[in-house]
Design a protein around this ligand. Structure first.
Ligand SMILES: Nc1ncnc2c1ncn2[C@@H]1O[C@H](COP(=O)(O)OP(=O)(O)O)[C@@H](O)[C@H]1O
Ligand SMILES: Nc1ccn([C@@H]2O[C@H](COP(=O)(O)OP(=O)(O)O)[C@@H](O)[C@H]2O)c(=O)n1
Length: 208
């Protein structure tokens, strides 16, 4: 089993790169953000507060990780709720076993998120930390939301990403940061193709 860990802040392009790496190596891919989004959305749909630890834990214990295809998971509301439930330690613990089992898949697995290289798979042989300036990330997410036909205002997306970055980096449990042995890849001035070429070079070097 081989794990490629891809972490980074919101809309840095980590999912795009992780998906391409998985296709290249023939590995399975897991977007771990969807687990937190599913928990956040379940709490919202139940009319509860995503910062309520009991409500969030109950949701985390009852989501079905095999059913993460709800399009509402991609929206801004789910993202903001996700970063609130993600700050609750017992929620993270409840989602860990599924991620570990996925990471054990043969011939390999690519997981993207915030804490794959630091907490979930600290022994992964290949770790990427994908980043970009918050303005570039906001522009990318804004375009993505518009292309899906959603209402989006750049300034609001920028503000939402800043708030999420702040929550994700400052929480006590598994804060967003590069693992000591991760390679940081700043994609601010790269096209998807350029970023993938760099990512592949790094991963091939680590897996050699
Ligand atoms: N290097 C890049 N240049 C331009 N757009 C990109 C780049 N990487 C990703 N994108 C686009 O930015 C958006 C966010 O990328 P995504 O991979 O979903 O980010 P993340 O998984 O980090 O949230 C997507 O619409 C994607 O197509
Ligand atoms: N491994 C992970 C993945 C996501 N998350 C949380 O879930 C939120 C949504 O993650 P995501 O990866 O779907 O977000 P985007 O990068 O796609 O915007 C993040 O802001 C984090 O708070 C986490 O804490 N740990």
């Amino acid at each position: 089993m081989t794990v490629i860990a891809v972490d980074g802040p919101a809309a840095s392009g980590k999912g795009t790169l992780a998906r391409k790496l998985a296709a290249h190596f023939g590995y399975d891919y897991l977007d771990t953000g969807k687990l937190y989004r599913a928990v956040g959305l379940a709490v919202l749909n139940a009319g509860q507060d995503p910062s309520d630890a009991d409500a969030a834990l109950a949701a985390a214990q009852s989501i079905d990780p095999a059913r993460l295809d709800d399009p509402a998971l991609s929206g801004d509301d789910a993202a903001a709720a996700a970063s609130k439930v993600a700050a609750i330690g017992p929620v993270r613990a409840a989602l860990k076993d599924f991620q570990l089992a996925f990471a054990g898949r043969e011939p390999g697995a690519v997981l993207d998120g915030r804490d794959i290289g630091t907490v979930i798979c600290p022994d992964a042989p290949a770790k990427l930390f994908v980043t970009a300036t918050v303005e570039v990330r906001a522009e990318r997410r804004h375009k993505e939301l518009l292309s899906r036909g959603e209402d989006s205002i750049y300034a609001r997306v920028l503000q939402e990403l800043k708030e999420r970055d702040e929550r994700d980096t400052s929480r006590a449990d598994a804060p967003l940061r590069p693992a000591d042995d991760a390679q940081v890849l700043d994609t601010s001035a790269m096209t998807i193709e350029e970023a993938f070429a760099e990512a592949l070079k790094i991963v091939e070097g680590r897996l050699a």
